[in-house]
Design a protein around this ligand. Structure first.
Ligand code: SF4
Length: 280
């Protein structure tokens, strides 16, 4: 199903996505919803583990950031912002420790969706039951993007991973907050459009730096996109054309900026020194 088809849903976008997936097979519907509940439980468990520990990853580059932020004073009076960022980093630091996470859509971008969706829900005191259908929609948005481009840093740069996750998260948060199908898809589109060009440059090839903090930043980006869409703002460029634009930028990216650890942050003097040390 394309993003344009999702946007044209007469009711909730998630209902159309679910119907597209299972038709009128009631047992398939129940199975899929059960799977989504399980995914939510796993996401929450990885957040809780990540917030509670400061055990370092194998490289020692990350592991304590989520807990430190979570325990820090809310000096900006921005509790939602801090919660969303801490949740996102908690998941990706779990990933860096080889802990159990839900790829959404990839392991490197696994924190953005739960950071935004569970972060907003917890901030507003919403029950996890309210998150099941938004998660169905997030999956449909990921599918629609995946149909037009490779979702991997090695093929499309970080825009392909984090961009897709931010789009999924933006749509899910918009639906959670009562947005129309049109608003959900435009939230996803704005999130995607404003991620174009993001390169994949992990230090030493480890999914840690800049990946962990990147999930924190783009989970907030997803919430911002939802806020714009819920206020009635929309993308001038149609959703599926934005996906195509991102795919074409991905093809233009040189190999150094596609997960080889040879460009960007990875190619800094310190990045190279860390990579060398880890290789010994
Ligand atoms: S920088 Fe590369 S490895 Fe890290 S999250 Fe982005 S795409 Fe994944």
């Amino acid at each position: 199903m394309t993003l344009a088809e999702l946007a044209a849903a007469p009711g909730r976008a998630s209902e159309l996505a679910l119907a597209d997936e299972v038709g009128d097979d009631r047992s398939a519907r129940e199975r899929l919803l059960r799977t989504m509940r399980e995914r939510l439980r796993e996401m929450r468990a990885s957040i809780e583990r990540g917030l509670a520990t400061d055990a370092p990853s194998r490289t020692g580059m990350v592991g304590w950031n989520a807990k430190r932020l979570w325990k820090a004073d809310d000096v900006l009076g921005a509790a939602l912002l801090r919660r969303v960022q801490a949740y996102a980093m908690a998941v990706n630091e779990e990933n860096a420790r080889m802990g159990r996470i839900v790829a959404a859509p990839t392991a490197g971008s696994a924190g953005t969706l739960p950071g935004a969706l569970l972060g907003v829900a917890d901030h507003l005191g919403l029950d996890d039951d309210a998150l099941v259908m938004p998660l169905v929609l997030a999956a449909a948005v990921g599918d629609a993007i995946q149909a037009k481009m490779f979702i991997a840093g090695s093929t499309g740069g970080c825009q392909a991973e984090i961009g897709a996750s931010a789009a999924m998260a933006a749509a899910a948060v918009t639906e959670l907050l009562g947005g129309s199908a049109h608003a959900c898809v435009h939230a996803a589109t704005m999130a995607l459009m404003n991620t174009i060009g993001l390169v994949c440059d992990p230090v030493g090839g480890y999914v840690e730096v800049p990946c962990v903090s990147r999930n924190a930043f783009y989970s907030v980006h997803a919430v911002s996109s939802a806020q714009l869409a819920l206020a009635g703002l929309e993308s001038v460029i149609p959703p599926d054309e934005v996906v195509q634009a991102m795919a074409s930028v991905g093809r233009l990216l040189p190999p150094e900026l596609r997960e080889t650890g040879e460009g960007g942050i990875a190619a800094t003097e310190t990045g190279r020194r860390i990579a060398l040390k880890m290789a010994r």
